[in-house]
Design a protein around this ligand. Sequence first.
Ligand code: 4AD
Ligand code: MG
Length: 465
Amino acid sequence: MKIKSRTKVKEALTTGKLDREITVKGWVRTRRGNKNIAFIALNDGSTINNIQIVADVPDFPEDLLRQVTTGASIAVTGVLAPSQGKGQNVEIRAQSIELYGAADPLIYPLQKKGHSLEFLREIAHLRPRTNTFGAILRLRHAMSYAIHKYFNDNGFYYLHTPIITGSDAEGAGEMFRVTTLDMTNPPKTPDGKIDFGKDFFGRETNLTVSGQLEGELGALALSEVYTFGPTFRAENSNTPRHLAEFWMIEPEMAFYDITDNMDLAEDFLKYIVVYVLEHCEDDLEFLNNMYDKELLQRLNQVISTDFVRTTYTEAIDILNSSGVKFEFPTHWGSDLQSEHERYIVEKHYKKPVMITDYPKKIKAFYMKQNDDGKTVRALDVLFPRIGEIVGGSQREEDLQKLENRISELNIPREELWWYLDTRRFGTAPHAGFGLGFERMMLFITGMSNIRDVIPFPRSPNNAAF
Ligand code: 4AD
Ligand code: MG
């Protein structure tokens, strides 16, 4: 479908026919020139590249051109012509200019000079108009599309799991409560506790931390499913890698064991990287030049290497014999912190690493228990610069073992009756994992703060916009 009244800038720059009259619409990035001629760089978000508009100043009302400043929205009709200037092949010789909305140069916050990423976070409502965020938002789109395409092409079904739930999928208790009760005067039970029986759902509810448990229900019927939705964690982690609201992709597959799970994770992650390398060249090149000179090299390295496959026990040995003094010392049983993950990936193996068989004590209740009684069939994928990008496991399909684990951890069993039913009726080996979309975005864009790869970040003390 093509809107007749407008040619997109990307199209004009790449496939536009010369010497034809076209109309482009967008936002002014810069205007320069003199009293005879004006050069306007116009961008409409279809590409990182601007189109140059050339206007003979005497041909236009003075009052109009005065308002064509950085940030203004205009429509330009003119002839597409080869450009004499450097930096572009074509330009538009303006015949008419219509001003949709001016942007007062005295107060418009996005002037042409480079702004810090910190400043841009404060104006997240306007930052999509910068080159950086235009590139990031186009990449977010391309990656989302690639993810759906990958699963669709491989016979997975997209399962929509609930956002509001009564369960704690990760058992970590880091949930945001959902309630319509009057918090200043909540109803009370006879023993003085808040009476959630009177709440909207007649029970306690929260925003989901993961769609996995419902994903498992889907997989144990449709064989291969995936979710792709927002997840919420009230962990008070003010780090460049944590958000309170982030998007997660969770494939869940019946009849997969941990090795199948690793094969899928590796193939899937490489597919996303290949897809953006093939489809988002301009944006990646921009980010490579502006932020991270090794970005393209790193992306190409990941797709051309086999991921390392090792165990938690091996990883601990590597860390213990590294001679490095970490902030958090390691011993068998301790969780791997970001500093440890990055040592293993960046210093030791120098490529992506998949670690399996973690101690059961530091992993969630649903993971398949190994025969050693100590470890579970967990899978974490660690990436350079990021650390953990994927978390997953083979699932415990044995009802008795799962029930034992649930009681050991004092998880209220009655809340999981429906989950346990899948183990009671036609249980089957199955596995899955979750990819943090914004962690993958960090890797793909080379940005260093997760707040810069999502349009409107939510983090402790910050829910603006
Ligand atoms: O390792 P996690 O907690 O695993 C799960 O939630 C499983 N239920 C997934 C599954 O097996 N279906 O989270 C998965 C991934 C992490 O590896 C990380 O990339 C990302 O989600 N993640 C976060 N991303 C941004 N901000 C946070 N606070 C995140 N917490 C986890
Ligand atoms: Mg994890």
